[in-house]
Design a protein around this ligand. Structure first.
Ligand code: CUA
Length: 319
């Protein structure tokens, strides 16, 4: 059914849907009784010529029924919600792995746990933007924070939503029961790019997860040579990452083309070839002069020449 909370694909989302359906069913029954009684009375006791209404002065039985029944219902709902909330809010027991999540305008960045499985040759940890890969059937704790404004993390098939707040760490857990791709979306208006702040969670069978991690680490390692670190850092912390995606990094922008393998492409943006240092430098300095009307701004004068050179050196490693 797509990203929809009533199509639960994990224990937390199931809990939420369960409470929802019970409350919904009870509300429908109450609505039917109230509307039914109103309609019945309206017809049965309507004004008719010559008829005088019988005067009654209260009924202890009725008073008791409509006090005790709703009270019991509200107490049961409270107990049920309490019980399910304890389960939903329990972010610490039986956690298989903890992923750090950072929301920023306008993308999500994920940092995988500090374990040998996710370690890159340069000692840093595997990161990704927009897409998080998890093993099936395991409880994954997410530690959320934000770089700039409040964002909200929500993957409806897997669990409830949680705010990502600058300067704070909030926690959430998710678990997927079956392999698959689960879509989510930032759920707190956070500026122009809010609608594009998507989340993709890919759940792999447990037996395949280690192999996935190995490939992901190898992919990410390509772009982490110490000689080009300055360029990589400039790219990832600057404007570039807001528009471009480079797999294996937190850059997950959707405005511009993906640059994961830019260095082995035949041309730049279809207009400038080959992809070499000279052309990339020209492009980053002043793309609009080469392809008029393009969204990419000119960075000449905006960024120091050294930074542009560094970025180009890094891009050249993205084979
Ligand atoms: Cu981030 Cu809306």
């Amino acid at each position: 059914m797509g990203p929809w909370p009533l199509d639960p694909r994990g224990p937390q989302a199931e809990s939420i849907a369960f409470v929802y359906w019970i409350l919904f069913a009870c509300a429908v029954v109450v609505l039917a009784i109230v509307v039914g009684a109103l309609t019945y009375s309206g017809i049965k006791f309507r004004d008719r010529p010559g008829r005088v209404a019988q005067q009654i002065h209260g009924s202890n039985t009725l008073e008791l029924v409509w006090t005790v029944v709703p009270t019991l219902m509200v107490i049961s709902f409270t107990a049920l919600s309490w019980n399910r909330l304890n389960f939903i809010n329990d972010v610490n027991s039986n956690v298989a792995m903890t992923v750090k999540v950072e929301g920023r305008q306008w993308a999500w960045g994920f940092t995988y746990p500090d374990s040998p499985m996710f370690k890159l040759p340069d000692g840093t940890l595997l990161q990704s933007g927009e897409q998080l890969d998890i093993p099936v059937g395991q409880k994954i704790k997410l530690e959320l924070t934000a770089k700039d404004v409040i964002h909200s993390f929500w993957v409806p098939n897997l669990g409830g939503k949680k705010d990502a707040v600058p300067g704070h760490v909030t926690s959430l857990w998710i678990q997927a029961d079956q392999p698959g791709t689960y879509k989510g979306q930032c759920f707190e208006f956070c500026g122009d790019g809010h609608a594009d702040m998507l989340i993709t969670i890919v759940a792999h069978p447990q037996s395949e997860y280690a192999a996935w991690a190995k490939t992901a680490v190898e992919d990410a390692a390509r772009a982490t040579s110490p000689e080009t670190k300055a360029g990589r850092d400039a790219f990832l912390t600057g404007a570039c990452a807001g528009c471009h995606t480079v797999k294996g990094t937190t850059a997950a922008g959707k405005v511009g083309p993906e640059l994961t393998h830019i260095a082995s492409k035949p041309n730049i943006a279809g207009v400038l070839s080959p992809v070499n240092q000279e052309n990339l430098t020209k492009w980053v300095r002043n793309a609009p002069s080469i392809k008029p009307g393009i969204v990419m701004p000119k960075f000449e004068g905006q960024l120091p020449d050294k930074t542009i050179d560094d970025i180009v050196q890094w891009l050249l490693t993205l084979k």
